[in-house]
Each structure stands twice: as C-alpha cells, then as structure tokens.
Write a protein that binds this ligand. Structure first.
Ligand code: IPD
Ligand code: CA
Ligand code: CA
Length: 284
C-alpha cells in the first residue's frame, strides 16, 4: 500500500514564510523601476510585479508540494485548484499603493484545509498556517493555527504578536477600507461619521492584509472592509486570531468565503461587540 505523507504544520509554515519573503524581495527590487499597470476591473489594478511575484510563490510551493491546489488572486488556468491543501495567495495586497510607490503593501500566503459539504463542494477553508511579509519594513508576520503568532523584524528579532488591550472606543485607532463602488463608499462614509465621534483617530492604509496584521500587532484596534476576498484575509485573519483578536462578519458570525462581496470586522476582541453594534446601527 502506498502511504501518502502529509506535511507537518511547521513544514507548511516554512514554505509559506520563505515564499512570501522571496516574492517580497522581488517587489522591493522592482520598487524604483517603471511598472506596467493594467486595469482588471472597476478601480482594480494589476502590475507586472503582481504577476511575477505570484509566479515565484507558486513555483516554490509546487516544488515542495506538487499535489497541492491554489486559490490565487491573479488568474492562472495552469494551476491545480484541488488538493489536500489549498494555498490562498495575494502576491501583492495593496496594488494601488505599490503602483504609485506608496510603501503600504504586503505579500499574503496561507495554507488552508478545504472543507466540503456532502456533495463534495468546498464550503469554507480552514487556514492552518499563514505568512504576511511587509517588504519595505522587512517585517514577517506568521502563525500556525493553535500555536500563536509572531513577528520577525528586519534585524531577525522575534516578537510574540499580541493585540492591544484597548477596551474602549475613546482610545481606539480605527482603520477602514473605503471600498470601490458608490454604494460601499456611501456606507463607509456613514460608518466613518458614526465612529468619528468616539474613536481616538482613523486611518486607511490601502492594504487589507497589512491592516489585519497591524490589528494583530496592536497598531490598530479595529479594521473593517465591505468587500474582502479570500486572498486578502486568509493569512491575516489567522495571524490576528492567533494574536488574540476577533475576526467575523457583520453579524459576529463566521466569515463567508464565497460571498460575492464579503464583509469582515477585525478587532482586538475587547471592543468587538461595541464595533458590531455601531456598524449594524448605521447600515444604509
Ligand atoms: C485590495 C486592498 C484594499 C482593500 C480591498 C482589496 P489589492 O487588494 O487590500 O486595501 O480595500 O478590499 O481588494 O487589490 O490591492 O490586492
Ligand atoms: Ca488584495
Ligand atoms: Ca493583490
């Protein structure tokens, strides 16, 4: 009988981390060279480096795990979609920033276990390990499910990631994504107005992945987004939860991996219910 050996979580993590760093090195090397920027949808860009970085990530993963599948942001019909592990990849999260040499962007790589219904359709993904690399700050965030989250800084020092202990809105730093459509921008402005009265201050940094890991690191206390994709959050949500934070939909329930426009609310946990209450009270 042929025995199929499943990789251990540390083996998956090593590949996730290494490949995120490789892609990040490429993004950093290309920083000062002209970009080929294309539109792939309404207020949605892709650059030549997004595509090249994804190729680097995928090649390294396939070399280590040839039977694994992929759910990457950039379309690639040549990639296997099925496998015991599905890698969910955003080669550059914060593409608009990157295309304009704004340094808030990150590489997101997560190894997930697909969850099936009785008809063998995937209904969700369980992130097992995640790595997020911020190439301009040389910061590598990572987590294994159930084992906590850590940050390695540019000097190679390891820090345990821990969300903030802010327990009231008055001290909270809120980060939000404005969204692209008219409807979502109106909603974001309504929410902004509702929170603006109470929170310490507000930011919007243009990278969902980086926003999530900054909540994990205690740099922000709240983040929300009305149209987040699996590749924006698979690694970041795991890192946040392993750092003690909360990640949910607007009702406080499980994230919907297949919603066409999924909403997410990410907090340090202590102010999650208050945040959900304000969001729901101020829906358009
Ligand atoms: C986007 C960014 C943006 C967020 C969007 C994402 P991309 O990803 O993270 O900040 O508001 O929801 O789709 O296109 O830069 O990879
Ligand atoms: Ca993204
Ligand atoms: Ca992207």
């Amino acid at each position: 009988m042929v025995q199929i050996l499943r990789p251990s979580l540390p083996q998956l993590l090593k590949v996730a981390r290494d490949t995120a760093v490789s892609a990040g090195q490429l993004a950093r090397e290309k920083w000062h060279t002209p970009r080929d920027v294309q539109s792939k949808g309404f207020r949605d860009l892709v650059t030549d480096v997004d595509v090249a970085a994804q190729k680097v990530i995928v090649a390294e993963i396939l070399q280590a795990f040839p039977d694994h599948g992929f759910l990457p942001e950039e379309e690639d019909d040549s990639l296997p979609q099925a496998g015991p592990i599905i890698w969910i990849i955003d080669p550059i999260d914060g593409t608009t920033n990157y295309s304009r040499q704004q340094p808030n962007f990150a590489i997101s790589v997560a190894a997930t276990r697909p969850i099936f219904d009785t008809q063998q359709n995937i209904t969700a993904y369980e992130p097992l390990v995640g790595a997020v690399y911020d190439p301009m700050r040389h910061e590598l965030y990572s987590a294994i499910k159930g084992e906590g989250a850590r940050l390695e800084d540019g000097s190679g020092h390891r820090h345990t990631l821990q969300v903030s202990n802010v327990d009231n809105l008055q001290d909270a730093v809120l980060c939000l994504s404005l969204g692209s459509s008219e409807k979502r921008r109106q909603q974001a402005h309504k929410w902004l107005y509702a929170f603006n009265q109470d929170v310490f201050t507000v930011r919007s940094i243009g990278s969902a992945t980086l926003s999530l890991v900054w909540v994990a690191a205690g740099r922000f206390d709240i983040y929300f987004n009305q149209n987040i994709k699996a590749w924006d959050m698979a690694a970041g949500a795991l890192i946040l939860q392993e750092a003690g934070g909360a990640f949910s939909n607007l009702d406080g329930g499980e994230f919907d991996w297949f919603a066409p426009h999924a909403e997410c609310v990410a907090t340090n946990g202590r102010i999650h219910n208050t945040t959900l209450q304000i969001l729901n009270d101020n829906k358009i």
